[in-house]
Every structure is written in structure tokens, then in C-alpha cells.
Design a protein around this ligand. Structure first.
Ligand SMILES: C[S@@+](CC[C@H](N)C(=O)[O-])C[C@H]1O[C@@H](n2cnc3c(N)ncnc32)[C@H](O)[C@@H]1O
Length: 669
């Protein structure tokens, strides 16, 4: 993936291109044709049988049921996702939804205001983009297929794997990519796992369930009656086994039970909160980690409680530090030192914080050290972001842009930003999909792995949602404000998709470990406000997950800061990339001049530049034969002649720049 683009370079044959478009459009047409049609009364257990045969087939052929793919060389293929038919997530709380039956479902319909209570009745068919299974309705024994699209895992565990009873909010009944009727969930908050921790009132939806009667393959766990103490001990045991999700669930159950038992609360709630804070730190759920740690504080003065509170402050400090809130973190570590003077860990963190605050305030980094500490195992820097003297304002180009608040010298660092989220090519999360967007009929490379990681980060850290949702995207979805329902954030995954598509950048792999299917990509929130210019005044570079932006020429106070999203010299390639990946036509003076050239003239220029590239590749300037140098001079003149003197007054003649630089070195011998 090129440094300045977010689009993977892949090649599709005409047949593949056509097959993608036809498959996606055909499915949508069939969905439209069937809109509102009542669901076919299935043989009650047909969905279970479908799962069984899909899994049997997978066992037999060694592959899951086919998804739409294209073969990008062997043995792997690239998965294709159809996009551009967004629908909003449910924003109502479970209590406000009316239960419905599978038999009431209508095709290609979002059943707004309704709720399905279902039990998983089969194993999971786990595909790349989707996971699906059979769900059963307790009262009727009726079954239906349910698939979870793209954002289907929590901490590596498939959401459908994580339990047996689910509530589907505002069910969407449609056709799968393979044309099978299915309930489809795209937004994680639309599928609620009905655990004991859920409001008891909601478990009433399952109250009529009879396990023997249903004959389900997946028996729900019998509701166990646990004490708060047992929950704590089981949580601790799970933590020891590094079963973090399980530990989190046990601690949460303990905290829920403690709300009903004053004595147990007194004895165990602090410990459980402090322990859950630790698990949350390990799971990168920083909001809850901090809240838990602060909740655990007793404020008591005896030595034992001071030790425990010191531990809680340490966890709150780590959560704030990892979120980049260094001042807040400093406050927590200082409190810790007051309780346990001389605490080595706290003092070490306080020293680190001073370095971070210095980086943040001055933009002075020890890049040598930062480079030296990077490895494939640790590709993210421990460093602060420096916003520099910049501000986000409305731009005459489009929407918002980043502007200098003071004069910046050529070569000066403008900003240095830690990635909001980055996925490296060597990490298992990295995968690039091919997306076909029905809205503009375009096929693109799409960093699906990055998009999934961002959705996960937002679900885990609701405090980050608004700053991410403020970024530019074609689809406005549920808006920029944080919406919480049933104690969970609502994330419109279509909105996230569109934001990622317009704001993510390729990074360049660590040790070249990436290909078209696993490009390294990231998103930097502040840098995402920077608009493109072909005649930009800044360029970006990366050290680990830091994006460093430097001025390439003097920038005056108040001037808009721009960098080049695509650096292709050829106008046609550049404008196609800007339109395909970023959705705009650049109207800078260079583009206006190049566009005014006849297409035949641009073609001639491109051919001459290609010839010059081939010559430069064949011979190095320092050892080139005299004949080659003469040919290079002729080529440089010929390319230069394709530029009209008047039209290009004061503008760079980019196609000739490389060969001129080569000639400069060749003639300097
Ligand atoms: C990374 S965002 C840049 C910030 C964006 N302008 C905003 O309001 O948040 C990229 C999007 O900005 C717009 N954009 C960037 N540079 C542009 C330019 N030179 N002319 C027109 N639109 C541009 C395009 O819509 C592009 O998809």
C-alpha cells in the first residue's frame, strides 16, 4: 500500500470486475423484489439442518461455505463486501421494544420498535466477513438463520460463540449474500447477549422456554445461583488462566449481585472493582478500567486499605496514561505516592509522564530512542501527541481543514500524532477486503481489519466515540453524538466504514511484511482534518505509529496546511485515485493546468516519462554511457516541450523532474 493512499493496489480481470458488480446488484434487486413479503413458514428445524450441512461441507472440503471472493494469486483470495446500503442501528432501549415472533417477519424489512428473543440452536459457521448460525424461538420451536456481519467478534471471540440466548433489537430480515433468507445484524449493539447480568426483567422473554421441549443442540447454561464471594473467586481463577472475558463476566456478575446485598457489597465490591479494573486494562477497556479503579477506593486510613487504594490509583493512572490523558494520570499517581510514599512503580510512571508532557508541549522527541525500541512485537510507540500550533477551521477546499496558527519554517515539524488506531500487516487483525459501493458504482480496496479494530475500540471506550464520529464521512448515520442504550454505546458501523474509507492511510509495513491482502493501515484523528493539495506545503512520515508532519516550505500564520494524498505525477492516474479513494476532483492550479492539456498531449507526456523511467532504471547516472546521457537529454527536452510556457508559468513540470535530477547527477561526474 502506497504511503499516501488508503487504497490497496490490486488487479481485477474484466470477468472478476463484472462478477462482483452483478452478484451484489442481483442480491439487492432480489431483496427489493421481495420487500414486505411474509416469511415462508419453514420446516421448524430447517435452519439447524442448514448449519449442519454447511459445517459438514466445510469439514469435507477444508473450507467454509464460499463467500464472494476474487482470486488474487494463489492460494489465498480476497473477500468482497458489498457496501452502500446503510441502515441505522436501533437506538431504543430493550424495555421500549415490543416482542415479536419469527412468524411475523417480513422480507427485506427492518422491524422497527420490535424485539426477537432467540436461543442459539446450532454451532457457528465462521466465515471471513460473516458468522452465521441457527436461532430458535422457544415458544414455537421455529428456527431461523441469523448472521452477524463484519463486526462479529469481541476480544477475538465470536459474539455468537459467547452465549446461547440473544435479543435481536429491531430485527432486519433479508437475504444473505448467498441468497438465503436470514436475520442480519451489522451493528454490534443490535444483538444483545442475554446474560444473568442483564436486567432481570429482560430475561422474561425467555421465561417460557423449555429446554427438553425445544430439543436444542445448544443447551443454555442453567442459571446458577452464585454468591458475590464465589463470583470474585471464580473471576480471580479465570484471570489466572488468562481467560479475561470470563474473568470480566464473573466480576460483573459479582458486582451486580452486590447491589442487592449490602453486607456482600461492604465485604467484596471494592476488591471486585479493583480486580475488574485490572482485567479492563488488559482488555484495553480504558473507560471502565478507570471508573472501576476509582469506584474501588475506600478512603480508609488503615495500612491495609491504604495499600489497596494505592493499587486502585495505580490502575486509574495506567488507564488515563494509556488513553493519553497525562495530566489526569499524573494526578492519580501523585495520590498513590501520598498513600504509599516511595512506591517504585508510581514514581517510574510519574517520570514517564514528565517526558510525555514535555513531548506534548514542545514537540521535542527522542526519535533515536523511539526508533530503537520499535519491533514487530512492539510496533506502537510510548509517546505523546504534539498538535503543534495548528487549529481546525472551515476550509475553502471542502469542509474543515487544518490551519497554522503561527508561521512555520521549512523543515519544521508541524505535528506529531499517535495513531488513534493502527493495524500492521504482520498482525492477525490486518486484512484488506475489496469493497463494491453501490452508491457510486466503484470497487476499492478497503482496510476491513482496521475498520473492525476501530469499532472494537469505540465499543470498549465510549469516551472516544464523539471525536472519531466528528471526522468526515459520506454517510452521516446516527450523527456525531454518543448514544448509549442499555448501558452500551450504539455504534453505527456503516458510519465507521465511511469515515475509515475517507480518512485512513497506508503506513508501510514493518520489515516489508505486507501484501495486497494485509496492508498496514492506520487512522490519525487530528491529521484526518488535513486536506489534499497537489502543491502541498507539508509531507508526512512515520515512526512506528507516530505520524510526523513537516513543512516542505515556509507556511505563514493562518495558511491552510495540506499534504498530497496521491503523489502520482501523471494527471490522469492522480485524479482517478483522488476520485476513487477520496471522492473529490482536485481543482488546484496544477490540476487545472494539466486538465486543460489535450488528452493526447497528456498521453504523449506519460509515454515519454515512462521511457525516461525505463532509461533511469537501466543505467545509474554515475556510470551511464555518453550515448545514454544524450538520449536522456533528448527525452528531457521532449517532455519539457509538452508543457505550454504560458500555462505552466510558475508551476512545476513534474514529468520532467526525475530525468532532470538524473541528468544533474550524470553531468556532475
Ligand atoms: C481526510 S478528510 C479531510 C478533512 C475534511 N475536509 C473534513 O471536513 O473533515 C478527506 C476528505 O476531505 C475532502 N477533501 C480533501 N482535500 C480536498 C480538496 N483538495 N478538494 C476537495 N475536497 C477535499 C474530500 O471529501 C476527502 O474525502
Amino acid at each position: 500500500m502506497a504511503g499516501a493512499t488508503n487504497q490497496a493496489t490490486f488487479f481485477l480481470t474484466r470477468e472478476e470486475d463484472e462478477r462482483i458488480r452483478t452478484t451484489v446488484k442481483d442480491r439487492l434487486q432480489r431483496c427489493r423484489d421481495l420487500s414486505g413479503v411474509a416469511r415462508n413458514a419453514n420446516d421448524p428445524r430447517s435452519a439447524v439442518r442448514e448449519v449442519t450441512s454447511a459445517l459438514f461441507l466445510a469439514d469435507l472440503t477444508g473450507a467454509s461455505q464460499a463467500e464472494l471472493t476474487v482470486q488474487q494469486g494463489r492460494p489465498e483470495s480476497m473477500v468482497v463486501v458489498g457496501v452502500g446500503c446503510p441502515y441505522p442501528p436501533c437506538t431504543a432501549s430493550l424495555q421500549d421494544l415490543q416482542p415479536m415472533k419469527l412468524s411475523e417477519l417480513r422480507m427485506n424489512t427492518h422491524h422497527r420498535g420490535r424485539l426477537l428473543a432467540l436461543r442459539r440452536a446450532a454451532d457457528i459457521v465462521g466465515l471471513v466477513v460473516r458468522s452465521w448460525t441457527a436461532m430458535e424461538e422457544a415458544t414455537s420451536g421455529d428456527t431461523e438463520r441469523l448472521e452477524m456481519y463484519l463486526h462479529k467478534s469481541t476480544y477475538g471471540e465470536d459474539i455468537l460463540e459467547s452465549g446461547s440466548r440473544f435479543l435481536v433489537k429491531e430485527p432486519y430480515f433479508t437475504l444473505s449474500d448467498q441468497g438465503d433468507p436470514t436475520l442480519r445484524t451489522d451493528h454490534p449493539s443490535d444483538l444483545v447477549l442475554a446474560t444473568q447480568g442483564l436486567d432481570d426483567g429482560l430475561l422474561r422473554f425467555f421465561s417460557e422456554e423449555s429446554d427438553e421441549a425445544s430439543g436444542s443442540a445448544i443447551a443454555p447454561k442453567a442459571p446458577e445461583s452464585r454468591t458475590v464471594k464465589e463470583c470474585k473467586e471464580e473471576g480471580n481463577a479465570a484471570l489466572k488462566r488468562q481467560a479475561f472475558m470470563e474473568a470480566h463476566a464473573k466480576y460483573s456478575e459479582g458486582l451486580r449481585l452486590a447491589t442487592e446485598d449490602a453486607e456482600a457489597k461492604e465485604s467484596f465490591a471494592s476488591d471486585i472493582s479493583r480486580n475488574r479494573a485490572y482485567v479492563n486494562l488488559l482488555l484495553n477497556r480504558l473507560d471502565e478500567a478507570k471508573a472501576d479503579a476509582l469506584e474501588a477506593l475506600s478512603g480508609l486510613e488503615d495500612e491495609k486499605h491504604k495499600e489497596l487504594d494505592s493499587k486502585a490509583y495505580f490502575r486509574a493512572g495506567c488507564a488515563a496514561y494509556n488513553a493519553g490523558d497525562y495530566l489526569e494520570a499524573r494526578g492519580y499517581f501523585q495520590e498513590q505516592v501520598k498513600l504509599t510514599p516511595g512506591d517504585k512503580d508510581a514514581l517510574a510512571m510519574l517520570r514517564k509522564i514528565e517526558v510525555r508532557l514535555h513531548e506534548q508541549a514542545t514537540g521535542k522527541y527522542d526519535f533515536k530512542r523511539l526508533r530503537a525500541t520499535l519491533s514487530k512485537a512492539r510496533p506502537r510507540n510510548d509517546a505523546a501527541s504534539f498538535d503543534g500550533n495548528t487549529e481546525v477551521k472551515d476550509s475553502p477546499r471542502q469542509g474543515r481543514g487544518l490551519f497554522a496558527t503561527h508561521a512555520i519554517a521549512a523543515g519544521e515539524m508541524i505535528l506529531c500524532e499517535k495513531a488513534f488506531c493502527i493495524v500492521w500487516g504482520h498482525e492477525k487483525e490486518a486484512w484488506t477486503a475489496i469493497s463494491y459501493d453501490i452508491r457510486d458504482d466503484r470497487i476499492r480496496g478497503f482496510p476491513a481489519g482496521l475498520c473492525k479494530a476501530i469499532v472494537q475500540k469505540l465499543l470498549d471506550n465510549p469516551s472516544q466515540i464523539e471525536k472519531f464520529m466528528d471526522l468526515y464521512g459520506d454517510y452521516e448515520g446516527t450523527g456525531k453524538q454518543l448514544i448509549m442504550t442499555d448501558s452500551r454505546p450504539v455504534i453505527d458501523t456503516f458510519q465507521v466504514h465511511d469515515i475509515v474509507a475517507r480518512n485512513a492511510f497506508g503506513v508501510g509495513a514493518i520489515d516489508g511484511d505486507e501484501g495486497v491482502r494485509n496492508a498496514s493501515t492506520g487512522l490519525w484523528v487530528r491529521s484526518a482534518y488535513i486536506n489534499h493539495s497537489c502543491l502541498s506545503n507539508a509531507s508526512k512520515d512515520h515512526v512506528g505509529d507516530l505520524m510526523i508532519l513537516r513543512a516542505t516550505r515556509p507556511i505563514s500564520a493562518g495558511e491552510e496546511i495540506t499534504h498530497s494524498y496521491d503523489e502520482s505525477i501523471d494527471y490522469d492516474a492522480r485524479s482517478a485515485a483522488l476520485m476513487n479513494t477520496w471522492g473529490f476532483t482536485c481543482t488546484c492550479v496544477l490540476c487545472v493546468a494539466e486538465e486543460a492539456d489535450e488528452p493526447a498531449l497528456r498521453k504523449k507526456r506519460r509515454e515519454l516519462a515512462n521511457e525516461a523511467d525505463a532509461l533511469m532504471e537501466r543505467e545509474a547516472p554515475t556510470t551511464a554511457k555518453r550515448l545514454t546521457v544524450s538520449k536522456a537529454k533528448r527525452l528531457a527536452r521532449a517532455i519539457d516541450d509538452t508543457y505550454d510556457g504560458e500555462r505552466y508559468k510558475g508551476l512545476p513540470r513534474r514529468a520532467v523532474s526525475h530525468i532532470q535530477a538524473w541528468l544533474g547527477r550524470a553531468t556532475a561526474r
